[in-house]
Design a protein around this ligand. Structure first.
Ligand code: ATP
Ligand code: K
Ligand code: MG
Length: 686
């Protein structure tokens, strides 16, 4: 069994694994610790990760990047419309309002959902891990942004299913980072909790959280974010600057040309990185467009001036997280800056003035999420023993539940589950109902959410059931914020009794880590609750203590009620299994092409080997006409390999190989016989 943590970024993916020594980050086929989050559809097979990224300029319309942005989003959201304008690949509106990616593959126009593309990326990372670990990888923990909606979380689980992964937890990126930070530290003050702010600036987003650490435990107090502020926005500042300059200087409109845009954008990203270490940087692109070589130059000061808007925006989620934590700046022990987007020096400056102290960079900025996820996976997995450590996360949104009578609220803002509630956790509702009823889960406060998120989450039908006593009937509904941060109704039951059943369950419970492990391994998956049989299941004895020390046993009649769930905008089971089928076919095609490549290589090396042997080793064991025939065939095959046989099937290569082998084999046999004879006579003489 594997213990793996995945960080799927908009730009880079990192794989962490628990090994005997601790947490390792795996190298991909190019020996890199980061794998580009890219899926490219070549002529006959897909190329993913590093190889895929290399085709971005060659094959822009079929090379998909930043797919994480599109997961669980709708085509008409203004943010998405903005993104799509920058993407070189084609997107359409799906029937459900979601985004579909359209591209040509194997001579056909094909459509893929972002979930399918994400599934391909997961598959690729899974393969890298399996190759390294030499075992099947399924159990894992996957990092997600804290601002992910219910739908996006479910979409991630669907993508994992397509790839054959079983996430034990979707874990908030900053929580994973905080876990990796806290678990190894032994020097926390005994006087009280140590408060740390984590700021993660990635390629597309910024996430902030405030966490408190004590010996043996960490708690997230608040999460805040800007979903639209990351490294790529700084690239865009440079892009606009140079595009405008080149228009004037060279008379070219880079934005109007997809390939030129990709190249300029890539150069701007490189230039941005150079500016992180240097006060100025040049930009040179040969033959960018209309056969023009372009040259540019920018100083760091100028870049910072152009980016001042973006830099100012970084303080917004920082303020929010601090405000929500109820702490003042003086209470903060340190600010930990992670995510590679944060390497711009001006960001350190901004944070320094914001928190009155320089942020520290002690954490590995690009690997911390994957490492934290791997740690969490080890903690949840039964095969690893990790030191007792309590991880308590906070959910960033308030959730409400309503029935047709209106909201079921326990809080002033009509929410049932308050923002920053610890999770996984559940809440028991007791409702008086006599017949089947519906409940809807929704976001109670849209101000807490990223823009354009629909408040609707999901609806639940509870029933059918029959009551025998109209008056004394309570329906107990168990609402859960599960380990992935997904809202569900896990069960409902009928209590035909006047006695409160608090002895059966605490009404509002945060799951401890031991229980969390159990939840991770059972029941709390994203699979919607299947409707259970509503038969009378059991008569549960509940003990009621009486004052005189005698224990009376009282029977509460409990009847399980079926619960069915409908997620607004989620994909149906049938669609998911169709996606799994398609992925399987695509994998077969990739394997076929890989196999053909291997056969081609085998044929090529055979040709070179024989060309040499026929002149030397086998010379004395063949006639001149044999040698001529073989040489001729070797030459023919080599020519074929460069021309018609450049891109052929496994069978074609095998056939050629067999044909030459038939010519060479008799000679090879003569040679071997002679060898054997020589060895035998040598043995005799010895
Ligand atoms: P996200 O978290 O948004 O999904 P991600 O996790 O893939 O994305 P990271 O790998 O943390 O993102 O960061 C990628 C960003 O960091 C890119 O925009 C990249 O240009 C930027 N970056 C990397 N190195 C530097 C550097 N030296 N200076 C400035 N920016 C850098
Ligand atoms: K990353
Ligand atoms: Mg990231």
């Amino acid at each position: 069994m594997s213990v793996v943590g995945f960080d799927i970024g908009n730009e880079n993916c990192v794989i962490g694994v628990a090994k005997q020594r601790g947490i390792d980050v795996l190298l991909n086929d190019e020996s890199k610790r980061e794998t580009p989050a890219v899926v490219s559809f070549g002529e006959k097979q897909r190329f993913m990760g590093s190889v895929g990224a290399a085709s971005a300029t060659m094959n822009p319309r079929s090379t998909i990047s930043q797919v994480k942005r599109l997961i669980g989003r709708t085509f008409r959201e203004p943010d998405i419309e903005n993104d799509l304008r920058l993407f070189p690949f084609e997107c359409l509106e799906g029937q459900d309002g979601g985004v579909l990616i359209r591209l040509e593959y194997l001579g056909e126009m094909r459509m893929f959902s972002p979930v399918q593309i994400l599934g391909m990326l997961f598959s690729h990372l899974k393969q890298i891990a399996e190759k390294d670990l030499e075992l099947n990888v399924s159990d894992c923990v996957i990092g997600i942004p804290s601002y992910f909606t219910d739908l996006q979380r479910r979409a991630y689980l669907d993508a994992a299913t397509i790839a054959g992964l079983r996430p034990l937890r979707l874990m908030h990126d900053c929580t994973a980072t905080a876990l990796g930070y806290g678990i190894y530290k032994n020097d926390f003050s005994v006087a009280g909790p140590t408060y740390v702010v984590f700021v993660d600036i990635g390629h597309c987003d910024t996430q902030v959280c405030v966490a408190s650490f004590e010996s043996g435990q960490m708690k997230i107090i608040s999460h805040a974010f800007d979903r639209n502020l990351g490294g790529r926005d700084f690239d865009e500042v440079l892009f606009s600057y140079f595009a405008a300059q080149f228009k004037e200087q060279y008379g070219i409109d880079v934005s109007a040309n997809a390939k030129a845009s990709i190249r300029l954008r890539a150069s701007c990203e490189k230039l941005k990185k150079v500016l992180s270490a240097n006060a100025e940087a040049p930009l040179n692109i040969e033959c960018l467009m209309d056969e023009k070589d372009v040259k540019g130059f920018i100083k760091r000061d100028e870049f910072e001036k152009l980016s001042s808007n973006l830099l100012d925006r970084i303080s917004v989620p920082c303020h929010k997280a601090l405000l929500d934590s109820g702490l003042t700046v003086e209470k903060i022990h340190s600010v930990e800056l992670v995510g590679s987007g944060s390497r711009i020096p001006a960001i350190t400056r901004i944070l320094t003035s914001l928190f009155n102290r320089e942020p520290s960079r002690t954490i590995n900025a690009s690997e911390c999420v994957a490492r934290g996820c791997a740690l969490q996976c080890a903690m949840l997995s039964p095969i690893y023993r990790v030191r007792e450590y309590e991880v308590q996360d906070a959910f960033p949104f308030s959730i409400g539940f309503s029935t047709k009578e209106g909201p079921i609220c326990t809080l002033s803002n009509s929410a049932l589950l308050q923002k920053h509630r610890p999770f996984p956790s559940f809440k028991i509702l007791r409702l008086h109902r006599t017949d089947t009823f519906h409940m809807e889960a929704y976001y109670a406060d849209l101000n807490e959410l990223p823009s354009d998120v629909s408040p609707k989450i999901s609806s639940f039908m509870i029933g059918p059931f029959q009551v025998s006593n109209m008056e004394a009937t309570k329906v107990k509904v168990r609402v859960q914020l599960n380990i992935h941060g997904i809202v569900t109704v896990v069960s409902a039951s009928l209590l035909e009794d006047n006695v409160d059943d608090d002895s059966l369950a605490k009404s509002d419970d945060h799951l401890t880590s031991a229980k969390m492990e159990a939840e991770a391994n059972h029941g709390s998956s994203a699979v919607p609750n299947s409707a259970e049989d509503s038969n009378l299941k059991r008569m549960k004895p509940s003990s009621v203590s009486s004052g005189d020390g005698l224990r009376k046993s009282k029977f509460v009649k409990r009847l399980d009620i079926p619960v069915s769930e409908c997620v607004f905008g989620g994909i149906a089971k049938a669609e998911l299994s169709e996606a799994e089928k398609i992925e399987h076919q695509l994998v077969q095609q990739d394997l076929k092409m890989e196999h053909a490549k291997e056969m081609k290589n085998a044929l090529e090396s055979y040709v070179y080997e024989m060309r040499d042997k026929i002149l030397h080793t086998y010379c004395g064991f063949s006639t001149e006409s044999e040698r001529e025939g073989i040489s001729y065939n070797l030459q023919q095959t080599e020519d074929w390999l460069y021309e018609d046989g450049f891109d052929e099937s496994v069978d074609a290569y095998t056939e050629k190989l067999e044909y030459i082998k038939k010519l060479v084999d008799p000679i090879e046999n003569r040679y071997k016989e002679e060898e054997a004879r020589a060895r035998a006579s040598k043995d005799l003489l010895d």
